[in-house]
Design a protein around this ligand. Structure first.
Ligand code: GLU
Length: 406
């Protein structure tokens, strides 16, 4: 009797051949090399080095152990206190305007799923926006930026893109302080971008997950200037040391309730809700208080000091990079070293990262993972591979009046 044919692969074309997310991929690879005995500097994945604040951990402890039952309806607990979630942006959202998800990454995916329009993303942008669109089958328009303007979207280039097809429904993702480059927008820049978005009725997803780690604590949201068309995205991962807790938030203006309702339907058919104990703990985090303020103050000081020291050293080494404003990253262009690198057989950002990893043990991500042209020699450094608990302790011993390094 002939053998029955084995199971064959039947994959959705949109995911066929897609690799694992670049950030998680470089982390796994680094860990594997470490297990093989290599010395690796893990500057690939960007996760908070700081421990979750004690008051938030206690919120989790109490709610995990005291509540012996946990029904689905309990999972809406953070909703009742949602107003607290947006405290830092200085924006007033009503409790029912905020949606909670298992990480803002999942909320972004659901947003792309339910919204029917073109996705506009600046290049460079975080590694997962484009693959999410690809998985869902949405069209992507990359919006080019350059090192001279600190990789920022300008109102001129945004207007040019919109004017090419003015009636097309569009969603732009603006992430600031930015992953991968660490720069943010001034109020004037946000206002000018908001004017273009309003003119072309473009939706803005303001990914403000690094807002709380603006080095000077001076984050401003584009929602101040374009409230009716902006969704503000945030979460616990970056400022609260709780990446693995998976809690993200989207805040919607009244005009975008239709979008929130569609997302809530998709959520109800997929993840249902975020783990209830995590939501209770998140309420503690978002309510803030003296302990959280101190934690944020010291976190910003440490990150700011590191970023500024790195920028100074890199400039001494021949780069030309301006001080950054917040977050965990620097985005470097090795163009000035192009001829020497070319002579060594390194002609693009992937070659560059491969050689750096094999020759020096330094794990970085190539610019191409952030949507930059493949021929470019750009890389992202995530400078958060350090003992955050020790760093916070050391910063706490310094005079509290000493300002963070500019
Ligand atoms: N956002 C982090 C990064 O860009 C890691 C988390 C993730 O990509 O899911 O490195």
């Amino acid at each position: 009797m002939p053998d029955k044919p084995g199971l064959t692969t039947h994959l959705n074309l949109n995911v066929r051949g897609l690799p694992i997310s670049a950030t998680l991929g470089i982390n796994e690879r680094s860990n594997q090399l470490i297990r093989e005995g290599k010395r690796i500097y893990k500057l690939g994945l960007g996760q908070s080095p700081f421990p979750v604040p004690e008051v938030v951990v206690n919120g989790l402890r109490i709610n995990a152990f005291r509540r012996t039952t946990c029904r689905f309806s309990d999972c809406r607990i953070a909703r009742r206190r949602r107003c607290a979630i947006t405290r830092t942006q200085g924006l007033n959202f009503a409790a029912e305007d905020v949606m909670i998800g298992p990480g803002s990454k999942e909320l972004m995916f659901i947003l792309q799923l339910v919204y029917y329009g073109e996705l506009v993303i600046p290049t460079p942008s975080w590694v997962s926006y484009a693959p999410q669109a690809h998985i869902i089958g949405r069209q992507i328009k990359w919006l080019d930026t350059d090192a001279k303007s600190h990789w920022k979207v300008t109102p001129e280039n945004l207007a040019k893109l919109c004017a090419s097809d003015p009636d097309r429904p569009r969603l732009i993702i603006l992430n600031y302080p930015s992953n991968p480059h660490g720069y943010t927008y001034s109020s004037a820049e946000l206002e000018a971008i908001a004017a273009v978005a309003r003119k072309y009725r473009m939706l803005v997803l303001a990914d403000e997950i690094y807002g709380e780690v603006h080095f000077l604590g001076e984050h401003t949201s584009i929602a101040q200037y374009y409230p009716e068309g902006t969704i503000v995205s945030s979460g616990l991962s970056k400022w609260c040391g709780a990446g693995g807790w998976r809690l993200g938030t989207f805040a919607f203006p009244a005009q975008l309730q239709w979008l929130k309702n569609a997302m809530a339907t998709a959520a109800s058919e997929t993840y249902t809700s975020t783990s209830a104990p995590i939501q209770y703990a998140a309420v503690k985090a978002f309510q803030g208080g003296a302990e959280i303020e101190e934690y944020l103050f010291q976190s910003r000081r440490v990150l700011s000091h590191l970023a500024h020291t790195l920028v100074a050293r890199l400039n001494q080494a021949g780069f030309d990079i301006a001080p950054t404003h917040g977050g965990f990253y620097l985005f470097l262009d090795f163009a000035a070293f192009g001829p020497a690198l070319g002579a060594a057989g390194i002609n693009n950002s992937i070659d560059l990262c491969e050689r750096l990893l094999t020759d020096t043990g330094v794990a970085l991500l190539p610019g191409v993972a952030f949507g930059r042209p493949s021929s470019e020699l750009t890389v992202r450094i995530a400078f958060v591979d350090f003992d955050g608990a020790r760093a916070l302790e050391a910063a706490g011993r310094l005079s509290p009046t000493e300002p963070p390094a500019r």
